[in-house]
Design a protein around this ligand. Structure first.
Ligand code: ADP
Ligand code: MG
Length: 339
């Protein structure tokens, strides 16, 4: 054993990066969430080789001021919260200030950004946490991130990546969910030169479901809109006839964030129980609006898990809403059996 010593900053950053950036789809998730937080109405994601060698994300959001660009790449630097108290009411997708520093620690990053009111934009290059250059250039309003050669300096991580096709599929699924979670934003996804997804941003959730899942699914949907105190549920659930063999089609979002929650899944699945065969799972695209005070989203760096302060109430509301809607659906008349 050697002597105890504090790790240098570059090593700390590389280790920390592993928590947030696991694979190309994590990069896309973090950067698209930043673009959403920046108020963008159009976001384009372009990848090559499953995102391993090339990811480009362009948005038309607020941009980053030249003097703040190097700051944005520091660990724990964020414009979204100032104190722990803000965590209670934070409405942005990001707030931990870890994404840019983590990505820059394990990839070659080029950023071009220009806030609308500036005349010139900035181009900034950073590789393996090392600033390479910064210059003023002409640029459109908004931000473009170019990420090359993910994990080029952490071969151990690179070994755990799957094939480019599989990594590309993860990104494709992620973008479908992001499009479903933000019907007011136009998303475009280009994989190896081919357009794979293009939503209009016209706010119509059903259009997006049609675009992603096709006619067979979108013609078997039931609309939901319910409110109880500080909780609101909106969206669509599939009729039991389009139930699936796995949970991949159970989409739900809390305050615009894709999450996994046992409480919500159980509430939905229990409601379907008597309408569906065993080992089948429903199709849903549900948006929950829940007051920030009733949630803790800061459980894990990826913010996929969360805690509720009123579990039972939320479970019951979801269950009852879905159950009632299923019962009210237009049923084929059932034969009455008299005793
Ligand atoms: P967080 O999103 O948690 O604040 P990030 O490391 O992802 O942390 O980003 C750091 C900061 O960089 C953000 O708080 C934001 O101010 C700025 N930023 C990042 N991406 C963009 C973007 N696409 N448009 C405008 N600002 C951005
Ligand atoms: Mg972020």
């Amino acid at each position: 054993m050697s002597n105890i010593a504090v790790l240098d900053q570059k090593t700390i950053d590389k280790i920390a990066a592993g928590e947030v950036i696991e694979r190309p789809s994590s990069v896309v998730k973090e950067l698209v969430e930043n673009a959403i937080d920046a108020g963008s109405t159009a976001i384009t994601v372009e990848i090559k080789e499953g995102g391993i060698s090339f990811i480009r994300i362009t948005d038309n959001g607020c941009g980053i001021k030249k003097e703040e660009v190097p700051l944005a790449f520091l660990r724990h630097s964020t414009s979204k919260i100032q104190s722990v108290e803000d965590l209670m009411t934070v409405s942005s997708l990001g707030f931990r200030g870890e994404a840019l520093s983590s990505i820059a620690a394990v990839a070659q990053v080029e950023l071009i950004s220009k806030p609308a009111k500036e005349l010139l934009g900035v181009r900034y290059i950073i590789e393996g946490s090392q600033e390479k250059s910064m210059e003023e250039i002409g640029a459109p309003d908004g931000t473009t991130f170019l990420i090359r050669n993910l994990f080029y300096n952490t071969p151990a991580r690179q070994k755990f990546l799957k094939s480019p096709t599989t990594e590309g599929n993860y990104i494709s699924e992620l973008l479908q969910r992001l499009a479903l979670s933000h019907p007011n934003i136009s998303f475009k996804f280009i994989n190896n030169g081919q357009i794979k997804l293009h939503t209009s941003g016209n706010t119509n959730l059903k259009d997006i479901i049609y675009h992603i899942y096709g006619r067979e699914i979108s013609k078997e949907l039931l609309e939901i809109q319910e409110e109880l105190g500080d909780i609101k549920i909106e969206g669509f659930i599939g009729k039991p006839v389009i139930s699936r063999g796995n949970r991949n089609f159970e989409n739900y979002f809390i305050n615009g964030r894709y999450v996994k929650s046992n409480i919500i899944s159980k509430g939905i699945e229990q409601a379907y129980k008597n309408f569906m065969m065993q080992h089948k799972y429903p199709f849903t695209v549900l948006h929950f609006s829940i007051k920030g005070e009733l949630l803790d989203i800061n459980v894990h760096p990826t913010k996929m898990e969360l805690r509720f302060s009123n579990k039972e109430e939320i479970y019951q509301f979801i269950h009852d809403t879905v159950y009632n809607r299923l019962q009210k659906r237009e049923l084929i008349p059932e034969v009455e059996i008299s005793a």
